[in-house]
Ligand binder design. Structure first.
Ligand SMILES: [Zn+2]
Ligand SMILES: [Zn+2]
Length: 266
């Protein structure tokens, strides 16, 4: 159980008056390593805070940014553990820590993913998390932002998400995916693309599709004409810095390597 009380890390930053802030809470693919928790990304716009995935280990970093009860919504891209395992930690924190619960938090995921979550966490979220099924093509308003979804090339069924603020500033998250022309269209022109590069170079033993390597992510980012790319979900023993260097060698736009604690404002 995580102790109650205000976060003590320097990660916490004041509410913004404008713009979008992306805080990386976990960036490892499949399983974590010291200082590298699994996928979780907090997207903030004014007082709207949307969490994109909450992989194993990442809950320990959430309290460094906001109080977990402040979340406006949680989006789970698919049912692999490295994208949702710490939903259990969030649920237990909100259930049992006095004062932690501020309001019901909508939980956005496909119907397939919500079904898997209900078996993993509890059958009834008790009004703490409020499941809301979304599918490719859906568009929803959440506080200050608009969120849209698109299917990716991954098994099981996976959704990518795009978040747009009232000024039209946008960021998109690939979640887990193999190469996809339709995703390049969905991401077209975003200000920031948060993209997976599970491998530096696709291993011969890896199945076709399902994930990207650095070269494939560079191609997706170039086709998308994303203004900025953050490289994430790099599986051990690779690291995001090495993946970002490889991507940068094949892509003209700005490339950043994700790390736990990275904050990007745009
Ligand atoms: Zn994954
Ligand atoms: Zn996956």
């Amino acid at each position: 159980m995580v102790a109650a009380g205000a976060p003590k890390s320097g990660w916490r930053i004041p509410n913004m008056l404008w713009g979008v802030r992306l805080s990386i809470l976990g960036h490892a693919g499949s399983y974590g390593a010291p200082g590298a928790q699994c996928s979780s990304y907090l997207v903030s716009c004014e007082r709207t805070h949307l969490l994109l995935d909450i992989g194993n280990g990442s809950f320990s970093n959430l309290g460094r940014t906001i109080m977990p009860g402040e979340l406006s919504g949680v989006f789970i891209s698919h049912r692999h553990h490295d994208h949702l395992a710490d939903l259990i930690s969030l649920y237990h924190y909100l259930s049992f820590v006095p004062g932690a619960r501020m309001h019901p938090i909508p939980l956005f995921a496909s119907a397939e993913t919500l079904e898997a979550i209900s078996r993993l966490v509890v059958e009834d979220f008790g009004g703490i998390l409020v499941p809301r099924a979304v599918e490719s093509g859906d568009c929803l308003d959440l506080g200050q932002v608009e969120v849209t979804f698109a299917s990716t090339e991954h098994i099981p069924g996976t959704l990518a998400a795009k978040v747009t603020d009232p000024r039209g500033t946008s960021m998109a998250y690939t979640a887990d995916t193999g190469p996809s022309q339709s995703l390049a269209s969905f991401f077209h022109g975003v200000d920031l693309l948060l993209g997976e590069s599970t491998w530096l170079t696709r291993p011969d033993s890896a199945p076709a599709g399902l994930h990207l390597d650095a070269g494939e992510l560079a191609e997706l980012a170039t086709r998308s004409e994303a203004k900025r790319l953050v490289v994430t979900h790099v599986a051990y023993p690779g690291n995001a810095a090495a993946a970002a260097r490889l991507v940068q060698s094949r892509h003209q736009g700005e490339v950043l390597a994700a790390f736990d604690g990275l904050v990007v404002e745009f």
